[in-house]
Design a protein around this ligand. Structure first.
Ligand SMILES: NC(=O)c1ccc[n+]([C@@H]2O[C@H](COP(=O)([O-])OP(=O)(O)OC[C@H]3O[C@@H](n4cnc5c(N)ncnc54)[C@H](OP(=O)(O)O)[C@@H]3O)[C@@H](O)[C@H]2O)c1
Length: 327
């Protein structure tokens, strides 16, 4: 089978397609014919060596497809089942993936594998952020950075569905329109701001009656200070990513100065740590996709040998919605 490996820590140029032996299913695990692999920032962090990984490794956390074979003692799935996953695999950028049986979620009728690979990771992230990290209540104001990103479009829809007024930031006119279509009440073009930290919070405060209850910030370094300054007293900042780079260490006294605000750095793995929780969150996300109450935008599709181009597009801010690799 063909697979995309990160040969050594580095930029997109370290990604290479190689022929590997077809895998067999070990006990507790399953071989899946991958129909689509999701491209996520976590893949780039691992490729760079920012998150510890062995090298070489097959890239990719997320995927969906059809079960080809199951290992000894696997009873929860069978050959032919349609499944998706966001963890527990030996790499999804491949024609075949070996995945822990416990990490698989069944796909409902009406959700094709490609759509599942486009929504599971970012959709469950959006779901845990609005339902569990800082639960959104009707009438609250929330700020979502990168509102036209893969996660941003889903977060906006789920926060709006819970009754929030959603303010987003985006960098282009096309992204502004996509963000509005997802349900943002106010969209701020932060690309034109010379100093985000100084200029963004007053714009947010002006449209939110004095600041937001919650900021969902996956951009990180470039937005963090503005996020803190956009909160109302006792608001919450969920710093869930670092698309622009890692945030430097924070003095806790800054949380006091910002109005006794709350700061967390959440991670999906900790919100799907049990199988029950995984199935519950995946079930809500896939159920909403199936009934049409959550719309998924696939922005770009790449073939397996174009994995480096896919990473460049994601890291280069050129994508809106989900990026997929199709083996
Ligand atoms: N903690 C978790 O559980 C979890 C799970 C999933 C994802 N994440 C995080 O969520 C964030 C978004 O992930 P995603 O896959 O949905 O990506 P994405 O939002 O589709 O893409 C990132 C977006 O961030 C914005 N951005 C601003 N400054 C940037 C910069 N210097 N470089 C690159 N992008 C920049 C861009 O939108 P504009 O052009 O509009 O600025 C860009 O399109 C990432 O930080 C990711 O690590 C975290």
């Amino acid at each position: 089978m063909r697979a995309v490996l990160a040969t050594t820590p580095g930029g997109p140029e370290v990604l290479a397609v190689q022929d590997l032996p077809d895998p067999v299913a070990p006990p507790g695990r399953v071989v899946v014919a991958v129909e689509a692999a999701g491209v996520n920032f976590v893949d780039t962090y691992r490729r760079e060596g920012r998150y510890p990984m062995p090298f070489p490794h097959v890239v990719g956390a997320e995927g969906a497809g059809q079960v080809l074979a199951v290992g000894e003692d696997v009873t929860t799935v069978a050959a032919g089942d349609r499944v998706g996953w966001v963890s527990g695999s030996d790499g999804s950028y491949a024609e075949r993936a070996v995945v822990d049986a416990d990490a698989l979620v069944p796909l409902p009728d009406g959700v094709p594998a490609e759509l599942a690979a486009a929504v599971l990771l970012q959709g469950m992230t959006a779901q845990y952020l609005v339902a569990s990290t800082f639960p959104v209540r009707p009438g609250q104001h929330v700020l979502v950075h990168a509102g036209a990103g893969g996660t941003g479009l889903l977060l906006t829809q789920l926060a709006a569905a819970r009754g929030a007024r959603v303010v987003t930031t985006v960098s282009t006119a096309v992204k502004e329109q996509l963000s509005r279509d997802a349900g943002a009440s106010e969209v701020i073009r932060y690309d034109g701001l010379a100093d985000l930290t100084v200029e963004l919070p007053p714009l947010v405060r002006a449209v939110t009656d004095g600041g937001v209850h919650t900021v969902y910030d996956g951009v990180g370094r470039s937005t963090f200070d503005a996020s803190l300054a956009s909160l109302r007293p006792r608001g919450g900042l969920a710093l869930f990513g670092a698309a622009s780079g890692a945030v430097p260490p924070v003095d806790p006294q800054r949380l006091n100065a910002a109005g006794s605000v709350y700061l967390t750095r959440p991670f999906l793995a900790h919100y799907i740590a049990t199988r029950d929780e995984l199935l519950e969150r995946a079930g809500e996300v896939l159920g909403r996709v199936a009934d049409g109450s959550l719309r998924v935008r696939v922005g770009e599709r790449f073939a397996l040998p174009e994995a480096a181009a896919a990473h460049r597009a994601l890291e280069g801010r050129r994508t809106a919605g989900k990026v997929l690799l199709l083996p």
